[in-house]
Design a protein around this ligand. Structure first.
Ligand code: NDP
Ligand code: OXD
Length: 313
């Protein structure tokens, strides 16, 4: 069995070493430009088009992340790029769910307890108590109730504020009021104080964080975007902050990454930016999951996490 590996900015030698330990019969190699030699599987993160185009020998492509938007964009831009019969398999949790829960609960509590404002008061050397946000109306709405969104919604609910969740198909999650499908979108948004985005980036979800969406939230609401920059209409965020419809935003993802030095977001004190780190791909957990799925596919078994290309996630 031949396996190609490609992950920019990663320590490829360590990844290949770890895969070799759990798949001792595999011939593993790091893909280099021009390599068209046969392969059965590809393990990739943001691969260049040349790596996948025309590789009809591939049985499966394993994406070293939860979001497959970068790979699907290759196909969208030039149909026929992805190998015809290869399954596209994404990571499922592999330690990302607890990281995402830490990141989002930290941001929600920071806003609920007004630590963002206390930080600004400290900068101004002002000792001033602010009125607390009432927990019972500090409603948190989570867009996307998949592997990560469901975990995050439950983690936030443990702190006692009302939590809502929104997905495409109906979901039931203890302690979370759920909404499904476009017909229930406005009811989900109505009066939400913190909107958390954990949707995949697909043709249906691009630009979902826009002026209309913000207008349905409680006045002075907060936005936490940990999914993709393409979900957010950046100008609409700046205008919502200027009008007071939104009080602040935490953005782990932006349209252009890294965020350009002259971008307005850097200068807006109500926007908190982190460099796409809310849930990192962990090597040990990811190697174990991918290796287990490769072994299952070799035995002719089915695996979970296979992307529905038409749906986009
Ligand atoms: P999943 O595929 O498990 O979950 C996706 C959820 O979104 C599902 O609940 C799905 O609904 C819902 N959904 C999809 N399309 C729509 C739609 N049109 N309308 C309403 N709901 C929709 O994904 P994960 O939870 O594993 O990951 C979510 C995203 O998080 C990734 O795609 C990635 O972009 C982002 N991410 C960001 C990271 C970071 O570091 N910033 C790290 C990891 C992931 P249904 O349940 O009905 O299918
Ligand atoms: C992912 C990511 O999708 O890291 O896994 O953004």
């Amino acid at each position: 069995m031949k396996i190609l590996f490609y992950m920019p900015h990663a320590d490829a030698a360590s990844w290949l070493y770890d895969f070799a330990r759990v798949l001792p019969d595999a011939e593993l190699r790091e893909w280099q430009a021009g390599d068209t030699a046969p392969a059965d599987f590809a393990i990739v993160w943001r691969p260049p088009r040349d790596m996948l185009a025309g590789r009809d020998d591939l049985r499966a492509i394993f994406n070293l992340g939860a979001g497959v938007d970068a790979i699907l964009a290759l196909e969208h831009e030039r149909p026929g790029t992805l190998p015809r019969n290869a399954k596209l398999v994404r990571l499922e949790d592999t330690g990302m769910a607890p990281q995402m829960a830490e990141y989002v609960t930290h941001a929600v509590l920071r806003y609920m307890r007004r630590f963002d404002e206390y930080q600004m008061l400290q900068s101004a050397r002002r000792w001033q108590e602010l009125e607390a946000h009432p927990r019972e109306t500090f409603t948190v709405g989570v867009l996307g109730l998949g592997v990560l969104g469901a975990h995050v919604a439950q983690a936030v609910a443990a702190f006692g504020m009302p939590v809502r969740g929104y997905s495409r198909s109906a979901r039931q999650i203890d302690g979370v009021t759920t909404f499904a499908g476009e017909a229930q979108f406005d009811a989900f948004l109505d009066g939400v104080k913190v909107l958390v985005n954990l949707l995949p980036h697909t043709p249906d979800t691009g630009d979902v964080l826009n002026a209309r969406t913000f207008s349905k939230l409680a006045r002075g609401a907060y936005l936490i975007n940990v999914a993709r920059g393409g979900h957010l209409v950046e100008q609409d965020l700046l205008e919502a902050l200027a009008s007071g419809q939104l009080a602040a935003a935490t953005l782990d993802v932006v349209r252009e990454e890294p965020l350009p030095p002259d971008h307005l977001f850097w200068r807006e004190p109500r926007i908190t930016i982190t460099p796409h780190i809310s849930a990192l791909t962990l090597r040990e957990e990811s190697v174990a999951q991918v290796a287990q799925k490769i072994t299952a596919l070799m035995r002719g078994e089915t695996v979970s996490g296979v992307v529905d290309i038409g749906r986009g996630y």
